[in-house]
Design a protein around this ligand. Structure first.
Ligand code: TC6
Length: 698
């Protein structure tokens, strides 16, 4: 008997206990252990079998690391059918997270009991697949089509009380899974309860699956797995038998299993977990964090303060005047009232956060006791230097001093203090209490425990933290500025902002770059352009002034009601602003450019090649440690479609030689912009991929 499943006999009951840390994934040894255990229980004349998991959870799903490798028997669907067909009474006892294949095993048992804290779900769609071990056939039979479609297409985790209401489980009880499972099974045996195979239950009545399929497909913005799962649930209702439904589920599952989207989503799953693992910080304890200071209460500072308050930190908000401090408090209250409305905060908690945990101040001395201070003041080096000089004078020894700058050189900022080892960048994304990404920017002299404190803060705030090195724009904004420039070049050469947005939204971006610019505020890009021109542009760089003219006319995007789009009818009903194309045409005429047509395919290819090429430079220079750090940055901060895995995973799947060939071809038109990244050239020459680099770095 493989060790992954323990076999224990208690009277006429056999207990099969999974022991496969950390999450009892249903890998080969576990599946085999369950099958062998069941055979033995039947051969030894037991009357009932209890399945549960030791450690922190019931089975959290199939072992994702086995995907893409040759499958080994017993396969999970057959195992589920085997469990269901057992002549013994089989019960599962759930705790932790019974997810994916884990819930499918539970649905194959005849009765299910769970502890109140347990959660169940079929999150396979987030991995680009669908529940392929009978979940799409069994769940609608126990919970009804509507609930099954909701759980399967959203992948959401359902708490035990709701699962009980929906009929997914049969009972909720306090206690250890082994004990509650045993007493439930004993009770069922004593009362002579029958086996209850879900596969023998009647098929549910069909609904309008075509309409649901279309709605789910639209909502998924190109992601196929949720919509394909609808077709599998349809088979539960319409196939001529349970077995025929299972067969259809299998076919649809295999279609998804062999898709690029599955590869992209599973890459994203592991990249999420790898990004915070930094060998250089292993074993380094972060500094204590209880009270933080935030300087500047604009949108960004208020968002950071909100996130910190929600995580239980006390916050001192420093502003220039009492009026500005009150305005900052108003912004924080506005942010928190969202959590209040959604029921995430009680009125009492809201009051505590805004009165007790938040302190307003206009004097730097108020920051004397802060463990960590984040400045979110105006994006100007001189202003930042003044702030850090003052912080150096008042903050206690060992306090971490952080800048939320999105572009500026943290080394220069650190140099004005007497303690550069305590300084780092913490680059949040707006709105900071909502956006998941945090770039932890490590400067030349940042001490390891200061870096560890940056990551600890990110974890506490529920962020996905990525380590970045110092350069103009760090990982995300540096890459953004290059692909945005590529979009600007396409506009000069003949594409329209609307065509570009449409092509990229079809590719899967949440919003196209021009819609994003309108949302962020066109004044931001304007300020960056002015700064770069003041620093001196390379004479070979193409520049254009049409976007400046839009700003000069007072059009800053959504906040002024007009930008690339006109928002008179609301943010969602964006319509092209008629002033934009004439400005572009005038610019082309002035630069002597004859516009040409761009296909959507060319737009995507150029935009993505610019992104990948700069990303390769960012990795090659060590600004990002691994390609996966870039992928995670773009996924969480820049609306990159998760089902494509991130730009460098996408590049691997496209083929690096083809991408490099495109870049070299375009270099003939603009050798300055299209300079191939040395790392990309190296990988192509060696026949390797970005993912090879990820694997070597782990
Ligand atoms: C499926 O079931 C398909 C069935 C059909 C078949 C026909 N496999 O997230 P954490 C690892 S699809 C392998 O940090 P948490 C994870 O990589 C599956 N490994 O912990 C990490 O490893 P590391 C459906 C897995 O407490 C460690 O476990 N199920 C798997 O924050 C700890 O993970 C899902 O999609 C796995 N299935 O969250 C559930 N799961 O330490 C996916 C985790 O080496 N998992 N690992 O980095 C989760 O959502 C979460 O892991 C969690 C625990 C909620 C279970």
């Amino acid at each position: 008997m493989p060790e992954a499943i323990g076999y224990e006999r208690v009277g006429d009951i056999v207990i099969l206990a999974a022991d496969n840390p950390p999450v009892n994934a249903l890998g080969h040894a576990v599946r085999q252990g369950l099958a062998v255990g069941l055979d033995r229980a039947e051969a030894e004349g037991a009357r009932g079998v209890l399945i549960y998991g030791t450690g922190r959870t019931f089975f959290a799903g199939a072992d994702i690391r086995e995907f893409g490798k040759p499958p080994k028997e017993p396969h999970l669907p057959e195992l589920c059918n085997r469990i269901e067909a057992s002549p013994l009474l089989v019960v599962s006892a759930l705790h932790g997270t019974a997810l994916g294949g884990g819930l499918e095993v539970a649905l194959a048992t005849h009765y299910r009991i769970a502890v109140p804290q347990a959660k169940v779900g079929l999150p396979e769609v987030h991995l680009g697949i669908l529940p392929g071990a009978g979940g799409t056939q069994r769940l609608p039979r126990v919970a009804g089509v509507e609930a099954a479609l909701d759980m399967i297409t959203t992948g959401r985790h359902v708490r035990a009380d709701e699962a009980l209401r929906l009929g997914v489980i049969d009972r909720v009880a306090e206690g250890e899974p082994r004990e509650i499972g045993l007493s439930y099974l004993r009770e069922l045996l004593d009362e002579g309860a029958p086996r209850r195979p879900v596969g023998e239950m009647p098929a549910p009545a069909p609904v309008d699956f075509d309409a649901i399929y279309a709605a789910v497909l639209r909502k998924g913005r190109g992601q196929l797995s949720p919509a394909t799962a609808v077709r599998a649930v349809q088979a539960a209702c319409e196939a001529e038998s349970f077995a025929a439904g299972l067969k259809r589920e299998r076919e649809l599952f295999m279609e998804l299993m062999n898709s690029d989207q599955r590869e992209g989503l599973i890459h994203a799953f592991f990249a999420d977990r790898a990004v915070g693992k930094l060998p250089e910080l292993e074993g380094v304890a972060p500094r204590p964090l209880a009270a933080i200071g935030v300087i500047g209460g604009g949108t960004m500072g208020a968002g950071i303060a909100t996130a910190a308050l929600l995580s239980g930190l006390s916050v001192t908000m420093l502003e220039m005047t009492p009026e500005a401090a009150e305005a900052a408090k108003g912004r924080i209250e506005g942010n928190l009232s969202g959590a209040l409305k959604r029921g995430k905060l009680t009125a009492q908690q809201f009051d505590n956060l805004t009165t007790k945990a938040l302190t307003l101040a206009i004097d730097y001395d108020a920051l004397a006791d802060a463990d960590l201070v984040i400045e979110a003041v105006f994006e100007d080096m001189e202003v930042k230097k003044q702030v850090f000089t003052k912080l150096d004078a008042v903050c206690k020894p060992g306090a971490v001093l952080a800048s939320n700058t999105s572009y500026l050189d943290i080394n220069q900022i650190a140099a004005v203090t007497s303690r550069p080892q305590d300084v780092l960048g913490l680059h949040f994304f707006s709105p900071a209490h909502v956006m998941k990404l945090l770039e932890v920017v490590i400067a030349d002299q940042t001490a390891p425990d200061v870096a560890a404190t940056g990551f600890a803060l990110g974890k506490r705030l529920g962020k996905v933290s990525v380590r970045a090195g110092v350069c103009d724009g760090f990982i995300g904004n540096r890459i953004l500025s290059v692909y945005r420039t590529c979009a600007d070049h396409m506009i000069l050469d003949g594409a329209s902002p609307y065509q570009i947005d449409e092509a990229l939204e079809e590719f899967g971006f949440a919003m196209g770059p021009f819609a994003v610019a309108d949302l962020a505020g066109l004044d931001i890009g304007w300020a960056v352009r002015k700064r770069k021109r003041a620093e001196g542009l390379d004479p070979r760089a193409r520049d254009s002034a049409y976007a400046d003219k839009l700003c000069e006319a007072g059009h800053f995007g959504q906040k002024t009601g007009k930008g690339y789009y006109d928002y008179a009818a609301g943010a969602k009903a964006r319509v092209p602003n008629p002033e934009v194309l004439p400005l572009i045409e005038a610019e082309r005429a002035q630069q002597g450019i004859t516009p040409r047509a761009f296909s959507k395919d060319e737009i995507v290819r150029r935009y993505m090649a610019a992104m990948v090429n700069e990303a390769a430079k960012v990795v090659g220079e060590g600004i990002a440690r691994r390609p996966l750090d870039v992928d995670v940055t773009l996924l969480y901060g820049y609306g990159f479609p998760r089902y494509r895995g991130g730009p460098l995973k996408w590049a691997d799947m496209q083929g690096l030689p083809e991408l490099l060939a495109d870049i070299k071809r375009w270099a003939a038109e603009d050798a300055y912009f299209w300079q191939p990244a040395p790392l990309l050239e190296q990988l192509v020459a060696e026949g390797r991929t970005f993912d090879d680099l990820n694997k070597e770095a782990v």
